[in-house]
Ligand binder design. Sequence first.
Ligand SMILES: Cc1ncc(COP(=O)(O)O)c(C=O)c1O
Length: 353
Amino acid sequence: MAKLNSPELTSHDPSVYHFGSDNYAGAHPEVLDALKRVSGGHVPAYGDDPYTQRLRAWARDTFGQQALIYPVFNGTGANLLSLSSVVPRWGSVIAAPTAHINTDETGAPEITAGLKILPAQTEAGKITPEAVRAAASNRAFIHESQSCAVSVSNSTELGTVYSPEEFQAVAHTAHELDMAVHLDGSRLANAAVSCDAALADMVAGADIVSLGATKNGAMSAEAVLVLQPDRVSGIDYLHKVLLQLSSKARYQSAQLLAMFEGDLWKRNAQHANRQAVRLAQKLSDAGFTVPTQVQANTVIAQIDPEVAQAAHAAGLLFYAWPAVPSGHRFMCAWDTPDHAIDMLVERLAAHRA
Ligand SMILES: Cc1ncc(COP(=O)(O)O)c(C=O)c1O
């Protein structure tokens, strides 16, 4: 068997693209270059390195002098660190029923952070100010978990996007009810591109943000961005407690700088969003129903179970998406090429025939 450092090692075929998740894509070459550039010699560990300091300066320049930023390993960790920093032990978090924190984190918010999630009503996967009011606890009742935060995913798990105004309306209501506002920005770049808005405009109204990079071309590097330090408590310690403090933080910070100091975040998200529109169009042209709006890099299509099963058996990778009847989710990534989309749709259509 070929060794990992031997030139003939090919454990996967790099010409094959999948649609299961944008996480199936590799890291962008500019991210890999940044990792190499920061790698020589010794620097202080645990975030005292010059690259993490530079990342902190980027956060202050971009989001205001009060902003703090913490590199973390993954999106689930970003959410747990964010929410643990703004919600007390007796608190709960209002979120969409489809929110990643509610459905796809294996109960980590409950198990690891002791947080109760309160699902609120949504329209097209988005929470409204009215839904926040309806879900809010009776704050004086001792037998009820107290709603202390609202968590909003942008883009949403259904591939829809909150405009800055829509997000601010939800945030305003949450603040009126004295709740903290968390933004799960695992795909914030895709949402920003969709709205043609700056990152600072997309986060306006949030107290704390899970800032995604991995799905958009980084490699195990996300961040927690604190916009309102007065709202958070103990985050420096929770960073470690929740196992998200990297000893060699320079490697995460280098990736985040590669992604956000220039426009790589935008270029990558523009490509992924464009490809999602192309995929949705091709699926519709082939007779598949695309019941949700395609506003970011997610496409949800209705595929008969037998067709999905046959396609999976033939090696096409995508997920069933139970939030939509007969729904299957297809994600486009920063590197999804036209020909992969064409082939996917051709093969799905062939399985249906
Ligand atoms: C909206 C959203 N938030 C958070 C995450 C968590 O990211 P990770 O898988 O890196 O923990 C994901 C991952 O798919 C996601 O889609």
